[in-house]
Design a protein around this ligand. Structure first.
Ligand code: DAH
Length: 345
């Protein structure tokens, strides 16, 4: 009986191929109804003088089974691990996959540069609503209903003739002045989206970006505007930039100017970027009209100020040599990739 089990076991052990078979074998021999377990229970049928020897033999068998079990389990697990390692081999000589990284939109970058320069000059950055009232977009800015100056800004009206998509960031000037109630100086810039009913082409977009600026204080004159513009232009476009003003007309400023910088591509020599003039116009500006100051709660006898409005898209296009404004607003990443700062190659 004992020898039968031992022989069977020896044969079975030879056939074990995997962990499942090994576990099944454990059940077969050491389980509740296992062959070794059963042998053990037969001890009571054995004659007294042989009991000890029988018991020892069963024990030996169990111990050797357990030893075999442990060794085989270890060997099988190792085999599995080796197999796995063989299949998962890592070739460290392969080139690494590059993970594509985004980078700030060029337009956003230009706006951030403006913000940095003007914040360093003590200006606060404001935000204003893109859905605006006619009052702020036009009336408070000295452009009454029916005035021909409105024609230049072909406006999207949303509700009747009172609610519109702002056609300029200038309404934020009025909002900030009214907020300060004519009592404190104002130093603010406001970058933001603006809308006009233009047909989109390389130089027009129905949605574009402006950066508005306003300074109101005591004894402010056109030379303060010139000085501020000069400092900002040098910081934004390079220290050797030269600036000039040309007379212009805006309803909300008097006098009004167009502000030019010397062409940064040809340094004023004349090239295709500046249409051979040596100059590039980057904003409209002027001294805040007394009507606007009065409309917004500032006494023009006491206060004066200057304002400016940069075309952010135009600045970004000039700075980065982009010839189509739609580049900023479509979703083709290939068009902005060349301007990535440290993104994917
Ligand atoms: N809002 C003007 C425009 O959209 C730009 C502008 C010109 C803004 C002169 C100003 C300014 O603040 O003083 O054409």
């Amino acid at each position: 009986m004992f020898d039968d089990v031992k022989k069977k076991l020896e044969k079975d052990l030879k056939d074990i191929k995997d962990l499942k078979e090994l576990n099944d074998l454990k059940v077969k021999y050491l389980g509740k109804k296992g062959l070794i377990t059963e042998l053990n229970s037969k001890i009571k049928e054995v004659a007294n003088e042989k009991k000890k020897e029988f018991g020892m033999k069963v024990n030996e068998l169990r111990t050797s089974f357990n030893d075999f079990y442990d060794d085989k389990k270890k060997a099988l697990e190792e085999e599995i691990l080796n197999e796995k390692l063989k299949n998962e081999v890592i070739d460290i000589t392969l080139p690494a996959t590059t993970i594509p990284m985004g980078s700030p939109n060029i337009l956003e970058r230009v706006i951030e540069d403006f913000e940095e320069v003007f914040m360093s000059l003590g200006y606060d950055v404001y935000d204003g609503p893109e859905i605006e009232e006619d009052k702020y977009n036009f009336e408070l800015l000295n452009i009454p209903k029916g005035h021909p100056a409105r024609d230049a800004q072909d406006t999207f009206y949303i509700e009747g003739d009172e609610i519109l998509l702002r056609s300029q960031t200038s309404p934020v000037q009025a909002r900030v002045m009214l907020e300060k109630k004519g009592k404190e100086p104002v130093r603010m810039i406001c970058p933001g989206k603006t809308y006009r009913r233009d047909d989109d082409d390389a130089t027009h977009s129905h949605q574009f970006m402006q950066i508005e600026g306003l300074l109101v204080d005591k004894n402010i004159s056109l030379s303060d505007l010139k000085g501020t513009f000069d400092v900002a232009a040098k910081k934004l476009f390079g220290e050797d930039t030269v600036t000039r003003f040309r007379p212009s007309y805006y309803q909300f400023t008097e006098p009004s100017v167009e502000t030019d910088i010397s062409c940064f591509a040809c340094k004023g020599e004349g090239c295709s970027l500046c249409k051979n003039t040596g100059w590039i116009t980057i904003s409209g500006a002027g001294m805040v009209h007394p009507n606007v100051l009065r409309n917004c709660g500032y006494d023009p006898e006491e206060w004066s100020g200057f304002a400016f409005g940069f075309g952010a898209d135009r600045c970004a296009m000039l700075k980065y040599g982009i010839d189509d404004i739609r580049t900023f607003y479509n979703t083709d990443l290939r068009e902005v990739k060349p301007f990535d700062r440290g993104g994917a190659k």
